[in-house]
Design a protein around this ligand. Structure first.
Ligand SMILES: N[C@@H](CCC(=O)N[C@@H](CS)C(=O)NCC(=O)O)C(=O)O
Length: 208
């Protein structure tokens, strides 16, 4: 197996935290490139050559280029594992692991992006309070389902340990915190966020 030759196109507080966190947990070597994170024109022409969508993260490993953060996490764990970050098909929590891994992006992205856009990113005269309220209503349902169906008293979301599923969900909760909408979530969710973000690997993945 060739040695990892990984460059992560990174910006603080973005989804690049997810693959970086996996590499920190797995002890994989990586380089960071830091395109200028300007909303709507991330990295200018040079970065558009790498990611025509101009989104962060992008990740290169040798000649392999990837543009989707959850896929990057799965790639790193699959290619450079085995690792306990993955719940395997022979474990009882396999289905739960897959479901929450994808929930963090697929189910959460719309409400999350609308909250971000309509409370922070758009100029004030372009923000739509009805959309912001609807997004918050959708997020509240998600927060309550994570606390009840997801955690139900568990420390971690699947497999009794930190996995890619936690890494997926916790990043989205960080975004909710950034838009200052995290205060009213269930206490169980607050405690979960605090527990996971106390990990050294999280601190290293978000250090700068
Ligand atoms: N589904 C993609 C989403 C990537 C994405 O939206 N990245 C955000 C940062 S977290 C971005 O680059 N936004 C800049 C912009 O839209 O201008 C992934 O998970 O990698």
């Amino acid at each position: 197996m060739p040695a990892p030759d990984i460059t992560l196109y990174y910006a603080p507080l973005t989804r690049a935290i997810r693959p970086r966190w996996v590499m920190e947990e797995m002890g994989l070597p990586y380089r960071l490139e830091r395109p200028d994170f300007k909303h709507g024109n991330v990295g200018g022409d040079a970065f558009r050559e790498i990611n025509p969508l101009q989104k962060i993260p992008a990740m290169r490993d040798g000649s392999t280029l990837m543009l989707e953060s959850l896929a990057m996490m799965q790639y790193l764990a699959g290619k450079y594992g085995p690792t306990d970050l993955v719940v395997t098909p022979d474990e009882p929590d396999y289905a739960r692991y897959l479901e929450w891994l994808h929930f963090g992006e697929a189910s959460m992205v719309m409400a999350n992006s609308l909250m971000l856009a309509h409370t922070m990113l758009l100029p004030e005269d372009k923000r739509n309070p009805d959309l912001a309220r609807w997004a918050r209503y959708e997020f509240d349902k998600q927060a309550s389902v994570i606390a009840s169906r997801g955690l139900e008293g568990r420390e971690w979301i699947a497999g009794g340990r930190l996995t890619l599923a936690d890494m997926s969900i916790v990043y989205m909760l960080l975004l909710v915190k950034l838009v200052k909408q995290f205060d009213d979530v269930p206490d169980e969710l607050k405690a979960y966020f605090k527990r996971v973000t106390a990990l050294d690997s999280w601190k290293r993945a978000t250090a700068d």
